[in-house]
Design a protein around this ligand. Structure first.
Ligand code: GLC
Length: 466
């Protein structure tokens, strides 16, 4: 698969050293056959997830989102969007014109570790405060605009405005939120302030927001995130969903594919380094697939490998540094910087020096090889999962050939110099009957949250049965 081809920079590594380094990297290099197997396993788990009721014990939860239609040209109006899912909370004023969203204004607040690990009340008080300040600064107080709330965690949605957090992921641990309805918690926090009120709320996962952000003119029926976490959603036939019985038409399913492997089904491709990352994480045993792919973990996998190679005297003359031995010091963005076409070598020297390491040019080449191997595996696994979804849509429609668009976002996808290319190459191999176009939108999940609110408003206004 991509990433396996010998690159010229490897010439500087003595053959014996390269052979030994490759022994460590081999388990990360997945063949096309293996990826096809992974894809088939995910397909099976998706079917299991659709059948589970409630979804809690399914590895791939397949959560109904109550988003029943993609945007059309009649969708219009002003909306508010809240976006919480990683390091920032964003409040956004969005205008929808003929089914296409435009950001009028947005504000961002950093979510500190203290907030992430504090009480749910403190988190929702902060969200209510940011929204309140935004309404005042934009002179929107009293207008009660519909609100789309992108909340990028696994939630069991019972309606568009009722969404129970199943569990926190991505380092969030706020107490008193798991098992509770996020809409109620937001409304309670707003009530505690008492200085403003909100109208309807539409709850949205970031994958769903990303799919919907494409607007009416894209044939976009898949949303995918490869950032701090990874996940995807797609339009599924309602008749296949156990939890939304007896209805025609389609609904968007939030797959929560990050949980793939939580029942042990990925043991054959989990390396000892993946096991170590999982063991030392906040949510051990949970989101195994995500821990092999997403930005929160890729740097840590590379760091563990570098430490091991140094211990085996294959790097840095057998020496490490205190920084390198400290968890999470090797940031995922370093991988992107090291793999940069022109500035990669200069970046590598800077990063290794900043980590207190003494290097020679052979070390730089090995570090690059490690980074390429880990980011290629991530792209290949994402491609396998995306191919599964595209094949699912094709099968649902009974088509020989599917043309579809994926709305995609996330720092790993957007900032890594080769990730998107590798992903596309592999998905073509794994889903040859699907022609997949990728669509990247700026501020996707905020715009998409507004689109979900707009579509919900349109559907609510339509006479029943339409
Ligand atoms: C995690 C969350 C999921 C989200 C993804 C990307 O996997 O559980 O809901 O979509 O991260 O942000």
């Amino acid at each position: 698969m991509s990433g396996d081809n010998p690159a010229p920079y490897l010439d500087g590594i003595p053959p014996d050293t390269l052979r030994k380094v490759q022994q460590y990297l081999k388990p990360f290099q997945l063949s096309k056959e293996k990826l096809k197997e992974v894809s088939a396993r995910l397909y099976k788990d998706m079917l299991l997830g659709l059948e589970r009721d409630p979804p809690y014990d399914a590895a791939v939860k397949m959560l109904p989102t109550f988003v029943r239609a993609t945007p059309d040209r009649t969708d219009r109006g002003d909306f508010l969007a809240l976006d919480l899912g990683g390091t920032n909370l964003r409040v956004i004023h969005v205008r929808v014109v003929e089914g296409n969203p435009q950001v009028l204004y947005s504000e961002s607040t950093t979510i500190t570790t203290e907030i992430k690990e504090g009480t749910g009340e403190a988190l929702f008080d902060l969200i209510a405060a940011c929204l309140g300040d935004f309404l005042v600064s934009r002179d929107l107080n009293g207008q009660t605009l519909p609100l789309g709330f992108t909340f990028s965690f696994p939630c069991e949605q019972r309606e568009i405005d009722e969404s129970i957090l199943i569990r926190w992921t991505k380092g969030f641990k706020c107490s008193g939120v798991e098992g509770r309805d996020v809409v109620q918690l937001l409304k309670e926090a707003i009530r505690r302030r008492g200085d403003y009120d909100i109208h309807s709320v539409a709850m949205v996962n970031d994958t769903v927001g990303t799919m919907m952000s494409c607007g009416y003119d894209q044939r976009c029926e898949i949303g995918m995130i490869i950032g701090t976490g990874t996940n995807a959603c797609y339009m599924e036939e309602i008749k296949n969903m156990k939890r939304v019985a007896g209805e025609d038409g389609q609904m968007c399913i939030n797959t929560e594919w990050g949980g793939f492997g939580d029942d042990g089904s990925l043991k054959d491709i989990q390396t000892e380094f993946d096991v170590e990352v999982d063991k030392t994480s906040d949510n051990r045993g949970v989101h195994i697939f995500e821990k092999m792919i997403s930005g929160m973990y890729l740097g840590e996998i590379v760091r563990l490998l570098l430490v091991r190679l140094a211990e085996d005297k294959l790097l840095f003359k057998g020496r490490t540094s205190e920084a390198l031995r400290t968890p999470f010091t090797f940031e995922t963005k370093f991988i992107s910087e090291i793999e940069e076409q022109d500035s990669g070598l200069v970046n590598t020297l800077r990063i290794l020096t900043d980590l207190g390491l003494e290097w020679e040019s052979v070390d730089c080449a090995i570090v690059r090889l490690v980074c390429e191997t880990i980011s290629s595996r991530s792209a290949n696994l994402c491609a396998a999962a995306l191919a599964t979804i595209a094949n699912r849509i094709r099968t649902n429609r009974g088509l020989d050939h599917l043309e579809t668009t994926v709305g995609v976002d996330g720092t790993v996808y957007r900032e890594h110099p080769k990730f998107s290319m590798r992903l596309q190459e592999t998905v073509c191999l794994l889903a040859p009957l699907c022609d997949i176009t990728f669509h990247v939108t700026e501020e996707a999940s905020g715009k998409g949250a507004a689109m979900v609110a707009a579509v919900a408003q349109r559907l609510a206004a339509e006479p029943a049965g339409q």
